[in-house]
Design a protein around this ligand. Structure first.
Ligand SMILES: [Cu+2]
Length: 116
């Protein structure tokens, strides 16, 4: 009984932030939102992505060097993304999902998946 209010408060904090994070809704696969992110100046932007199950995240490499976006648990990888290439990943399960770039250990990000 002590932990329940904290969990509810956390989900209330996360939910309102989801709406402005996506660029409109209904343009992703399966009715989810398409969420745009980049690699730029050796960093993922945004570093924290708020998403829901069913959303699809699109990363675009805006740098002049190749990057990857990998789940740190190695469950999936973009493979090498050359400059201007894009990679899509659909969110199918609850997070959080920690991300890294295979080539640049300083590049880290996280997907917070709201449980609806
Ligand atoms: Cu990189």
């Amino acid at each position: 009984m002590i932990q329940a209010p904290a969990a509810i408060a956390l989900s209330l904090l996360l939910l309102p932030a989801c709406a402005p994070a996506g660029e409109g809704s209904g343009n992703g696969k399966d009715g989810g939102s398409l969420i745009h992110a980049t690699m730029e100046s050796l960093a993922f932007a945004p570093a924290v992505i708020e998403a829901s199950i069913g959303d699809t995240i699109v990363w675009r490499n805006e740098d002049l060097v190749p990057h990857t976006v990998d789940a740190t648990d190695n469950s999936w990888t973009s493979g090498e993304m050359k400059p201007k290439q894009e990679f899509r990943h659909a969110i199918t399960k609850a997070g959080p999902i920690e991300l890294k770039c295979l080539y640049h250990p300083v590049m880290k990000a996280e997907i917070m998946v709201a449980s609806l």
